[in-house]
Design a binder for this molecule. Structure first.
Ligand code: SF4
Length: 262
């Protein structure tokens, strides 16, 4: 299948895809990014939001200053790792800002591996389309704040269409595929009431993860002075949120990607 299929290195789509989909980061394997799986991670540039706590400011603001990795090099490496890597996480930035994301995901699926998409949920139509075409095995969606216009804009750094966020949540919860919602909890933006509010919005969700804010490499320099919540306090928030969802826990510093090649 792989030799003559869509994901063949000689396929004309491969080089075309490299031109239109600039991959800015690739981690060959991670044991912590997708629970109980060994995965590769692909970082795509640009984002429509400007969250002040964002840890990928270069990727979001000045991606052209970062070198691109050819799609064929990533696919080739993934093919070499078939058999011991379970899947790939496509993250960003915001991957759905790329019109040709579906082409890339299809190349990955042609390898026979699992694919997870990380998204901020601002593009429900793309999400719906990718799920309907069986290009995703899992979606991890950030919910930045309670679904109120002002609050969401504060945490996202730009105005956001709340109805799009609501629609993405609905699509994901009805999709039947694996998913998780997650919120980065920064003391200058969110408190326990906000987390409970978000949990009520996703009532019945399978998995809701709270991520500790970390004051380093932030897009907004004012965030560097913000003291993170103690882990114990985050656990308290998770326990409140856990009343509304099937599973809620805190993922601290140990749960995120610690090394990048950019
Ligand atoms: S943290 Fe915010 S700005 Fe950064 S990539 Fe995610 S959605 Fe975009």
């Amino acid at each position: 299948m792989m030799k003559d299929g869509f994901a063949s290195l000689n396929h004309p789509y491969m080089k075309w895809c490299s031109v239109i989909l600039p991959i800015k980061g690739f981690i060959e394997n991670s044991l912590i990014e997708w629970e109980s799986k060994i995965v590769s991670i692909v970082f795509l540039p640009t984002c429509n939001l400007r969250c002040p706590y964002c840890h990928a400011p270069h990727l979001v603001q000045t991606p052209n200053e970062l070198e691109s990795i050819p799609v064929e090099a990533v696919i080739d490496k993934m093919r070499q790792n078939l058999g011991w890597v379970d899947g790939v996480v496509v993250t960003g930035g915001e991957p759905t800002t790329h019109k040709q994301l579906d082409v890339f995901l299809r190349l990955l699926k042609e390898l026979g591996i699992l694919v997870r998409l990380d998204t901020n949920g601002t593009n429900p139509q793309t999400l719906k389309n990718l799920i309907a075409r069986n290009l995703l095995d899992c979606v991890a969606m950030d919910i930045k704040a309670p679904l109120q216009k002002e609050k969401y804009a504060l945490v996202s750094g730009v105005p956001c269409a709340i109805e799009d966020i609501e629609e993405s949540i609905r699509i994901i919860m009805e999709s039947g595929i694996e998913y998780e919602f997650r919120t980065t909890v920064c003391p200058s933006q969110l408190d326990g009431d906000d987390i409970e509010d978000i949990a009520m919005t996703i009532q019945g969700a399978r998995r809701y993860i709270l991520q500790a804010f970390r004051p380093n490499h932030c897009l907004g320099t004012e965030m560097l002075k913000v003291e993170p919540y103690p882990q114990e306090m985050l656990r308290g928030f998770a326990s409140r949120a856990g009343k509304y969802v099937e599973y809620c826990c805190v993922r601290g510093e140990e749960g995120k990607v610690l090394q990048r090649n950019w």
